[in-house]
Design a protein around this ligand. Sequence first.
Ligand code: F6P
Ligand code: MN
Length: 301
Amino acid sequence: MLLKDFLIAKGTEKKLAELILFLGEQAREVKKGFLATVKTGNAGEKTRNIYGEEQMALDKYSDGVFISGLKKARLVRFIATEEQDRIIEINNPKNNFGIVIDPLDGSSLIDVNLCVGTIIGIYPGHVLDAGRNMIAALYILYGPLTTLTLTTGKGVHEFVMDGNGEFVLRQENIKIPEGKIYAPGALRKDYLPAHARWIESLEAAGYKLRFSGSFVADVHQILHKGGVFTYPGFKGKEKGKLRLLFEANPMGKIIHEAGGMISNGKADILGITPQAINDRTPIYIGGKKEITQIETFMCEP
Ligand code: F6P
Ligand code: MN
């Protein structure tokens, strides 16, 4: 079943369905852009792509695709992206939606041809709102296959891009299984005490380490195989590295819908009202069991 037909079959509100389909089309453009940035020649020529054009970093390119597309289509009122330092307000928008975008998460892995993705959250209005008020969240993963994982608050569903660039249903109602994978960010020498004790307990319980350097890809693996991803607060950076708006909230909404949890170690991240678009947060995301455990460790003296 095509994404378009799926959205109709699920009774998705028309304006929201139109926006989701539009975002899928933009992802197809981003994917096309990958080829245009393939480097050729020796190191001295590395600013030119295979067409001999000056090369643009792919995260900036992806940002441009989403922003210029959304400006033209006027399907949202507010746009916040990880690449921009302020919220863009569209003139004369057709809808009141606010959208948050991490245009290319894991972009440090592009050079080595590992999995990267686009993360998106959609709000009914302004984006400086708690994650639990999102009306939809999705991510597109550019891996061996290009997949789109979506929630509109009625389960989590995955689509795969076919040879015509259309998204076709691959798996409906995904639920996070029990699993023993852990993906721990930050340096062990900088761990805070409760976090260090929790990591030790996972290792003692036989959890296997899987950390790629691409948050979206690592959480995608956890969604399908179970376990937990964390980028904690650490010595010198107690708020951690990842962003509340662009990374934590949309992925948290999806994992929550799949029966998992997201926490900053003490409370549900989806309940936090952001102060600024670039707020950072410690992240624990994955199975209920693991997230409940870290919250217990954090409470202990
Ligand atoms: O967007 C930030 C990011 O690239 C995430 O995708 C990833 O989980 C993290 O940074 C990796 O950080 P580090 O290089 O510190 O392991
Ligand atoms: Mn990112």
